[in-house]
Design a protein around this ligand. Structure first.
Ligand SMILES: [Zn+2]
Length: 629
């Protein structure tokens, strides 16, 4: 009996339906003109990848890169990038094996000492191909996807899922459902059931949850692997579409709550360097985990339609994502620290990562992030808008334009805004001719007093933590003004420290930076893609004077000119001013700020005027602060 897939709350739009505008467009352009857009020209793991007939890495890096560069190319409608994508995809499709295998066969020595083929990279390749089909309608792709899924179906009968494929089994549901929704063939549902049965049961593991402490030194493991956890957040809601089991819908809330409680950071992500690492803000979070958490949240918004996932998505995207790149996006970190006072090659308190993990470079620690970083901004942009109830939902906000078809009629909506650096969002609805449909606007939970005005008319209040629905007959040029008031919020952090946010932005102490180039003699480090250490030129060891009950009395915010590319310390479009005092006893240890010992800070130092800027604009910073007594 065929299984019907439960419909998602919102349906993602095909690649190309959403176009970035304003600062978001500039950010994607910057990405295309830096590492992501040029990696295949000089980095052996892509340039000479076994995926493209070379002799270098032949597992996940080429499909990771394509998985991000494909949406980048089509969102920007960039001919040069689209040609690159087409050339590489043509090669992969032309070299699909007769049995359906895509790309090189990567073998691992299994526990039985028998070589076995890990099929994780096939899941990645399939997700990447589906995006190409959505953007281009390439007729070769449904057949190639079907042949590969039939191969997986036969393969796991004899070689059950193990390692990465076992812990990331749910990623295969994305291309599998894509094909199932087109063909309705029962074997695809059966394959999904087999993958679920062989895959790691994340929800059951989390119910009992033994990882409440930082992973002990050197105890690398799949269950506590930070990227696996960031990916697994979407596992059960995706599976719910087939299982229909309410527990699968709910499992995600338990997973996020436990990750926040035991490993959460003020940025909305959790630590893992490279396994879950506790709540010390000097522990690291791997860049792959940042972009995979974002991608998981994009699916959660689609399947469950809960606006809270939009709040979390924005918090990670506007803070953790830009912070872990150099402002020019030519270099990135493997691990970012929330309290990051020096980026240098030094032994730090990482669980298993190498000494170079927090420098800004080409491939610090390990090259997975170098390839996988490509998906962050483009997939965020592609998922800002989704189809909902024969209308449109804005699930996350950034300047953009969406074009979709509603009851056979092409409708465009344009969002002009400097959000998240401004609290006003101007929408222009362009239905061509009059058309009735609902427009759903996400009202973040923090936006008390949010309000909406249609065509300059009466102001309507909008409830935080909900989608505000405007259903009317839209006419060409109708406007909606959404105001999301932003107030400072002080968040409790461990050991009586605090973090400061306003709207979706987290604020961090601006620390003076001295960039020092390293590894200049190493291969592939010719500028502009060099390796860099960053040393502080101003003090960092401050405690803040904040009235927790009335933070608006302690913090004053200054709006600065909005620049085209806002994520750099000297281009921050908004700054906060606050009083603080240095705490001389709190001293750097091995290049990091030691975890605050607890309690309020005492200091005999004179009061200082401190400047906080958005976390995403910083490279060095303090973002979890002690408070003065
Ligand atoms: Zn990585």
């Amino acid at each position: 009996m065929p299984h019907a897939l439960r419909p998602p709350a919102f349906t993602p739009l095909p690649l190309g339906a959403v176009r970035p505008l304003g600062w978001l467009h500039n950010q994607l352009r910057l990405q295309a003109d830096s590492l992501s857009g040029h990696l295949d020209e000089f980095w052996p793991d892509i340039k000479e990848s076994r995926w493209f007939g070379g002799e270098q890495e032949g597992w996940e890096r080429a499909p990771y890169w394509l998985d991000g560069v494909i949406p980048l190319a089509y969102l920007l409608d960039d001919e040069r990038l689209k040609a690159k994508v087409a050339r590489h995809v043509d090669y992969i499709l032309a070299h699909q094996d007769e049995d359906g295998w895509l790309g090189p066969r990567q073998s691992f020595i299994h526990a039985t000492e028998q070589p076995a083929f890990d099929i994780w990279a096939l899941f990645l390749a399939l997700k990447m191909l589906v995006q190409v089909h959505d953007a281009t309608g390439d007729e070769r792709i449904p057949g190639a996807v079907e042949r590969c899924l039939r191969l997986i179906d036969r393969h796991i009968d004899r070689q059950p899922l193990f390692n990465w494929g076992q812990f990331r089994w749910f990623e295969a549901l994305i291309p599998l459902y894509w094909l199932y929704e087109r063909t309705g063939e029962a074997w695809l549902a059966d394959l999904a059931i087999k993958l679920h049965a062989q895959g790691f049961n994340w929800a059951e593991f989390f119910e009992r949850w033994p990882i409440t402490e930082p992973t002990p030194m050197g105890r690398w493991n799949f269950m506590g692997h930070v990227v696996n956890n960031a990916m697994a957040i979407k596992a059960h809601p995706l599976w719910w579409r087939l299982s229909g089991d309410e527990r699968d819908r709910r499992a995600v809330y338990d997973m996020i709550a436990k990750l926040d409680r035991y490993h959460g950071m003020a940025t909305g992500v959790f630590t893992g360097d490279e396994c879950l690492a506790g709540v010390d803000p000097s522990q690291g979070t791997e860049l792959c985990a940042v972009v995979e958490y974002m991608y998981s949240l994009e699916w959660l918004l689609s399947v469950l339609g809960d606006p809270a996932f939009g709040d979390r998505l924005e918090r990670i995207t506007f803070n953790a994502l830009p912070a872990t790149f150099s402002p020019d996006m030519w270099s990135h970190q493997y691990d970012q620290q929330v309290n990051q006072i020096e980026c240098s090659v030094r032994r730090r308190n990482w669980n298993t990562n190498d000494d170079d993990s927090n420098i800004f470079g080409l491939e610090p620690n390990y090259g997975c992030c170098t390839a996988n970083l490509s998906q962050g901004w483009p997939k965020f942009a592609a998922h800002l808008w989704m189809a909902a109830d024969d209308g449109l939902a804005a699930v996350a906000y950034a300047p953009s334009e969406v074009a979709t078809t509603i009851r056979g009629q092409t409708v465009r909506v344009r969002l002009e805004t400097d959000y998240p650096f401004s609290d006003t969002l101007h929408f222009t609805v362009q239905p061509g001719s009059a058309l009735k449909f609902p427009l759903l606007l996400r009202i973040p939970l923090w936006a008390a007093g949010a309000h909406v005005t249609v065509n300059g008319g009466a102001t309507q209040p909008a409830l935080p933590g909900k989608f505000h629905r405007i259903e009317r007959e839209w006419r060409e040029g109708d406007t909606v003004l959404l105001t999301l008031p932003m107030r400072p919020v002080v968040h409790p952090r461990p050991r009586q420290t605090v973090a400061v946010s306003r709207g979706p932005l987290l604020y961090a102490l601006k620390i003076g930076e001295e960039w020092r180039r390293i590894h200049a003699d190493q291969p592939q480090r010719e500028l502009p893609h060099g390796d860099w250490e960053i040393y502080p030129t101003t003090p960092w060891n401050y405690a803040l004077a904040i009235d927790r009950a009335h933070p608006e009395r302690s913090l004053t915010f200054e709006q600065r000119p909005m620049t085209g590319l806002p994520f750099a310390p000297d281009r921050a479009p908004v700054a906060a001013h606050v009083k603080g005092k240095r705490v001389p006893g709190w001293q750097e240890a091995s290049g990091s700020a030691p975890m605050w010992p607890g309690g309020p800070a005492t200091s005999e130092e004179p009061p200082a005027d401190l400047t906080l800027i958005p976390y995403g604009c910083t490279n060095l910073r303090l973002a979890e602060f002690p408070l003065l007594e």
